[in-house]
Ligand binder design. Sequence first.
Ligand code: 13P
Ligand code: SF4
Length: 345
Amino acid sequence: DEDERTERIEAALAELGDDVVILGHNYQRREIVEHADFVGDSYQLSKEAANADADYVIFGGVTFMAESADIITDDEQSVILPSMEASCPMAGMAEALQVDAAWAEITAETDDDIIPITYMNSYADLKAFCAEQGGLVCTSSNAHKAFEYAFDKGDKVLFLPDKHLGENTAHRLGMEDEIVEWDPWDPEGKDASAAAENDIILWDGYCQVHERFRASHIEDLREERPDANVVVHPECRREVVEAADVVGSTSTITETVENADPGDTWAIGTEIHLAKHLDRWHPEVEVLPLCGDACMDCNAMRQIDPNYLTWVLEELVEGRERNVIEVAPEEKELAQVALDRMLEI
Ligand code: 13P
Ligand code: SF4
């Protein structure tokens, strides 16, 4: 049961002491975030990983986050992901090979300098590709700064893999008329000359959790609860972001509720676990999931089961390192360049 598991986790942590730090993404289950030394958004977690002194960084999150932690931490430190099944489907939507092929087609059509930006939700080989081409990584909290960096260095941006974050960022910068989409799965959706004529090329990837939010969720809520405010993640569709009061990363969503006045009502348009945490952490605020009963649950994040956390910790106590995430050395160095560029902006 949960009490017994908590005792086992605490006993293992007491044994391991400073050798271990647990990082937890805002979408992790309660039973994981309760044991985390730090809970935050992707950007904050990458900074925490960079500053961590512990020999073992246990990552409550998904594969691309653990990979980034491995890239950023020292070689002697190990990053452990309690479940190897925790893979973000969006990260799988832009494979480096596919991107390479698109790059060749588009660059053949223009002399302009294209700077590739990949969202953190991508694998290390794509991050390495972006670094090689003068580009960088961004998260939902700094995408606009990455665009500014790119337009300072070049003429066009290729943004991967999340078209919604790309579109929402283009709007934030007043560049919505410069957008063209690139759909790697549809021969009709890959028009290299159209891509070359526009300044912002958006790869056709998306988050299956955030895409399920609709503007009608917000319209219905506003009818039922005219007093409610709405905050959504920028992975949501454009029309959802337009209908919301606030848009931002999972840390912005958290701060919005933290800074709300007692008695305020906030509907949360993101993965359901963050809405549940905010409801627990801030009883003075009325926190509603924007989706109502239709649960927006991220299957990838859910793979981090507290029993697996117990297992990796107890194995470490026995001197066995399980589920170590190791990025190939040839990708590591370049991917680090792309991540460092983000940390510098
Ligand atoms: P944040 O960077 O806002 O934490 O988002 C990560 C993520 O995977 C959202 O779906
Ligand atoms: Fe990936 Fe979406 Fe899950 Fe975030 S919520 S980890 S983008 S599938």
